[in-house]
Design a protein around this ligand. Sequence first.
Ligand code: FAD
Ligand code: AMP
Length: 475
Amino acid sequence: MADKEYDLIVIGGGPGGYAAAIRAAQLEKRVLLIDDRQDDNGKPAPGGTCLNVGCVPSKALLDSSKHYHHIQHDYTDHGISVESVSMDIGKMLDRKRKVVKQLNGGLLQLFKANKIDFANGRGKLLADRKVEVRPHDGETYTAAGKHVMLAAGSVPFTIPNVEIDNKYILDNEGALEIGEVPERFGVIGAGVIGLEMGSVWSRLGAETVLLEAMDTLLAVVDTDMSRAAAREFKKQGLDIRLGAKVSKATVKDGKVEVHYTDGKGDHTEVFDRLLVAVGRRAASDNLLSDDSGVELTERGQVKVDEHCHTTAKGVVAIGDLVRGPMLAHKASEEGIAVVEALFTGYGHINLDTIPWVIYTDPEIAWVGKTEKDLKEAGIDYKAGNFPFAATGRGLAMGNASGHVKILADAEDDTLLGVQIFGPNASELIAECVVAMEFHGTSEDLARIVHAHPTLSEAVHEAALSVDKRAIHKAN
Ligand code: FAD
Ligand code: AMP
């Protein structure tokens, strides 16, 4: 039988792959989308890491645990007292699963509405833009694409001598499914995932210890931001140990014994559960046949040029599988931009203005360059900042820690970067991204009217403060 032919075959149905497939279908292209993920009942579960075991379920648990924590610790200040608070962890996990399931179903409907052929199974790239498809419930077949997009995403890194069993020693999947609150919860890695999942279980009552190999917390942002964050996390009870390199973890009698070394020597800690959150790597295993023509980098990522073209003609790759930030919105926008470039001749994504968010409480968000980056690059800049404690809204909400920092070019005032540690930073960063994408200046942000009272006034005032004319603080 002749191979079924498509304009585009996408391998991987995460936020990168499915968004690309939908955009191609909107452009009236024949699309095959292959994704191997299934739910516990063996039903297709498109949406990738992000929807199934990443962004979405982690935010569901972050929100649930935040409510629980606020009721216990923050409501009395508002004059609200709650006699007894209890928690049903089973219900909390069920709610999270329901959110994921609803979105899985929504995606399957979208594929149908867009006339995308969806295969639930494994895809493998062969030579000449052919793809072997192994459905979970059917015969293996081969399809041919005018173009093939690799969007297989990423998997967790592991470290030697620490074996994930997802019972006691967990990766992100296990950490989203703990059926009871551990008394002691250990986390290896105080990066994005470690801080978020550590916050969840700490708020729910676990004594939480994060072991981080680096000497600085959140080296990706400036020290004023990371110090403010560290102070706040400490107040919340997170025990973050820096310079602590884990060498081994073993399960003994239902507990996890962890060995780590820091400047003071060797240490052992015992936890009820241990999360390994030491980063992620490209999911390039078993994706390519030997003669596919696609080359990998030393780190196992698919090698691409600036337009996401791989070393094989007609094969593109996007998202966590390639260079750049491992973020869902980067994957989606990259997928869409590449599809548009292939089929309309023009597509756009600016990797320099991708916002980052860590959903701790308060949140941390940033875009563009940090002061560290600018100093290293020898770029002259001006900085402005403003604390949420000086905003009416922050105080009224009872959530006014943190600040906004804006960096602008010393000569022409172009916005170079923004960092926010504070309430709703994930939403506040959006206007800064827009301003930067339009090559705006700090003066532009300062001249734009911001509603009062809102948290966005802190962004406005930080922009005014670049020119030393903030109203609600001494400049
Ligand atoms: P993925 O989402 O990994 O999707 C790839 C899909 O392809 C998967 O379903 C995989 O099973 C499938 N696949 C792989 N190989 C094959 C094959 N050969 N055949 C068929 N199917 C295949 N990012 C954010 O922006 N915001 C967040 O808040 C956030 N939170 C996160 C929290 C956690 C706990 C984790 C783990 C990640 C989080 N991320 C977050 C990162 C985000 O999940 C990823 O950046 C994003 O999912 C990458 O999208 P992708 O489409 O490249 O790949
Ligand atoms: P992220 O990439 O944001 O998920 O962060 C992962 C974190 O894990 C980084 O800050 C690493 O420094 C940290 N890390 C990696 N290996 C180890 C290790 N063996 N022990 C402790 N921390 C580690």
